[in-house]
Every structure is written in structure tokens, then in C-alpha cells.
Design a protein around this ligand. Structure first.
Ligand SMILES: O=C(O)CCC(=O)C(=O)O
Length: 363
């Protein structure tokens, strides 16, 4: 490999640093917190245009949902208001929907999507809260504008959009989604082509965030799509590949591997585990996270006293502008062929060999 090629890996590593220090204005991996909602102009200028996340407090304190959806009477209120409503619930064996899992036959990873069941809301709420006695984890969610389509009897408890974001972005949200999970519900690393205003109403959400410039650190590969199906009789899940087979590009990194596989995960994904730490933030009830388009995010949650976390997100269309083009260009660079960043070189040859796996042909 020529010097010129080796320099690209080093330049990519420099890009990771520069984005943190120049664009995000921080080297401390802290997400900026605003005590009050910004003006639309400030939001646009200081956060949307530089593609920079922030947490905004005191932005939703006037929503009736904050008091009605949490506290002692919340189960009663929600179950009455939605007594006849069918909602979509994602069932998985471990709380990890839309995440990588091993197929039962062979040692092959696939992208496993949840068993989705439509059920009356009171039953969904019960399954979410009583997870320890069930052979599955239930997560009420559906990323198809589910709040406006499935939860219409409680839409007045929140605002239909976030006014300062709507003004800054000059459009109404494309989708509004509701998420009701418990301490086991997780969302694996991925990115979305939306500007995301993520409001937590009860409990807490914990985000790991990586800027789009860190794309190589996510080891995106194409995985065959599989789906869980849950048999009520046998109380068991099956995981089956779609037929005909389809593939989806997905992030390979699990940031919290079980202790037994920590070493092998660190060897397989050294750019993630040895590169700069992700931004870590907790979004508390009453706060909004602005999660800029194309940022990689991994989400876990801590429940409220009722055993659940409730959040609602507003997806606004992103601009497919020069940043998007730069991102695609960066992603197209194969680090294996142009040289590794120094954080890897320092680890020696064996780590580099694992990167070859990451770039193996997509089957
Ligand atoms: O809350 C979650 O579990 C995931 C949220 C998410 O991925 C999103 O808002 O794009």
C-alpha cells in the first residue's frame, strides 16, 4: 500500500476529531443542553445547519401528557382513553427488535425484526409492565406515524408538532411515533433520514450518538432479513429468513456485548471500541432531544414507577443537500483498501485482519 493510500485512513481519523472539536464545539462528548426552547432562527443556525444534537428542557411542560401519562393514575387514564383501540406491539425474546441475531441453523447473523401483534391497548400496557413473567419482551411502537393513526383518542394530550422546529424546518412532521417500552427494550445502532425531535414523557431514555462522519466505525454490512414469530401455544419464538431472501444494510456493532463476548467484539470492531467514545446522553421526562439526520443512535431506557418509558418522536423531512452528498462519498471509501487509521495500527496486525471480515463480500 502506497503512502498516499495510508494517508487516507489517517485523514478519516482526523475528520472524526475535527467534527467533534470544530463542528460540535466540544471535545468532552457532552451533548449541549438548552434550558428553554431556542428561537426557530437559533435552532436552525446553531443546530440544524451544523447537524449538531442538543437537549432542550422546559419545552413540553405545558403538555397534559406529562401529568396524565405518568404517576399513579396513568394506567387507568390510558387504559380508559384507549380501551377499544388496537395498537401495534413488537414482541421479541430479549427486547432487541430490528437488531442482529443468530439464525437457529448455523452460526449466521441476520437482521431480526419483531413479531408484530395488534392488540387492545390495555392488554399491551399489561404485557409491557409484566415482562418478567412472560417469555417475551413487549415494546409498543411502529415507525409508521403510529401516534396519529393508532392513538387518535389521546393526540390532544401533546402538541401536534414542535412549533419552533416546524418554523425552522418550514414543514410539518412527516411522522409522529409513540414508544412505550420497559427496562429491556432496546433499539440497535442505526441512522434515519429525518430530523428527529424526540420527547420523553415518562421514564428516561439513554442514547449513544455518533456523527455521520464516523460511518466506518459502525461496520455497516448487508444482512439477510428474518422475522420472529411467536407461538402462543408453545410460548416460543421462531426466527425465519424472509422468502425470497432480502438484505438490509445494518450496523454490526453492539456497544454493550455480554461479558463473555466482549473480547471478540472488540477484536471484530476495533474502530468502534478503540476510536473516540460516542456521545452519551440521558433524556429525562419533560426534555426533548434534537437528534440530527443521519446520526447513528443506540437507545436503551429506564422505566418510571409503573415499569415503563413513554416517548414520542416527531420526524421532519431532512434536506438532501451537500452534507448528504459528502456522507455518501465518505461511506463509499473502503478503509481496507486505502489504509487504517492510527488507532487501529497501534493495535497490531490481528485487529486489521478483522476489518477484512467487515468488508467481506455481501452475500
Ligand atoms: O426509542 C427508541 O427505542 C428508538 C428511537 C429511534 O430510533 C428513533 O427515534 O429514530
Amino acid at each position: 500500500m502506497g503512502d498516499e493510500q495510508g494517508e487516507i485512513g489517517v485523514a478519516v481519523e482526523k475528520l472524526w476529531e475535527e467534527v467533534r472539536e470544530l463542528s460540535l464545539g466540544t471535545s468532552s462528548y457532552q451533548v449541549e443542553c438548552l434550558e428553554y426552547p431556542p428561537s426557530p432562527l437559533r435552532f436552525l443556525r446553531d443546530f440544524v445547519l451544523p447537524n449538531k444534537p442538543c437537549i432542550i428542557s422546559n419545552a413540553i411542560h405545558h403538555w397534559p401528557a406529562l401529568s396524565k401519562w405518568s404517576g399513579d393514575n396513568s394506567s387507568c387514564y390510558l387504559s380508559n382513553a384507549l380501551s377499544h383501540t388496537l395498537v401495534s406491539v413488537h414482541l421479541t425474546p430479549n427486547g432487541q427488535a430490528d437488531a442482529l441475531a443468530f439464525l437457529p441453523t448455523g452460526n449466521r447473523l441476520c437482521f431480526a425484526s419483531a413479531h408484530v401483534e395488534r392488540m387492545p391497548f390495555p392488554q399491551a400496557l399489561d404485557l409491557i409492565s409484566s415482562c418478567s413473567s412472560k417469555p417475551f419482551v413487549a415494546y409498543a411502537q411502529q415507525q409508521n406515524d403510529c401516534f396519529r393513526s393508532e392513538y387518535s383518542t389521546i393526540t390532544d394530550d401533546v402538541e401536534p408538532h414542535i412549533p419552533w422546529a416546524t418554523q425552522a424546518l418550514d414543514c410539518l412532521p412527516e411522522a409522529v411515533n409513540l414508544w412505550i417500552g420497559n427496562h429491556l427494550s432496546q433499539t440497535s445502532f442505526h441512522k434515519d433520514h429525518y430530523e428527529n425531535l424526540y420527547a420523553v414523557i415518562s421514564g428516561e431514555k439513554h442514547f449513544l450518538l455518533l456523527p455521520p462522519t464516523d460511518v466506518h466505525r459502525m461496520y455497516i454490512r448487508h444482512y439477510p432479513i428474518a422475522r420472529y414469530s411467536f407461538s402462543q401455544d408453545r410460548e416460543e419464538f421462531e426466527l425465519e429468513l424472509e422468502s425470497p431472501m432480502r438484505y438490509v444494510p445494518w450496523c454490526s456493532v453492539n456497544p454493550y456485548p455480554p461479558p463473555a463476548s466482549m473480547d471478540s467484539e472488540m477484536k471484530s470492531f476495533p474502530l468502534y471500541f478503540n476510536g473516540p467514545s460516542p456521545f452519551q446522553c440521558t433524556v429525562k421526562a419533560g426534555d426533548i432531544l434534537y437528534l440530527p439526520s443521519m446520526w447513528f443512535h443506540h437507545v436503551t431506557q429506564s422505566p418510571d414507577d409503573n415499569g415503563r418509558t413513554i416517548a414520542i418522536n416527531y420526524w421532519y423531512d431532512m434536506q438532501f443537500d451537500i452534507k448528504f452528498a459528502y456522507f455518501n462519498f465518505l461511506q463509499s471509501i473502503n478503509l481496507k483498501s486505502v489504509g487504517y487509521p492510527t488507532c487501529l495500527k497501534n493495535l497490531g496486525e490481528s485487529s486489521c485482519e478483522r476489518i477484512d471480515d467487515a468488508n467481506a463480500p455481501r452475500d
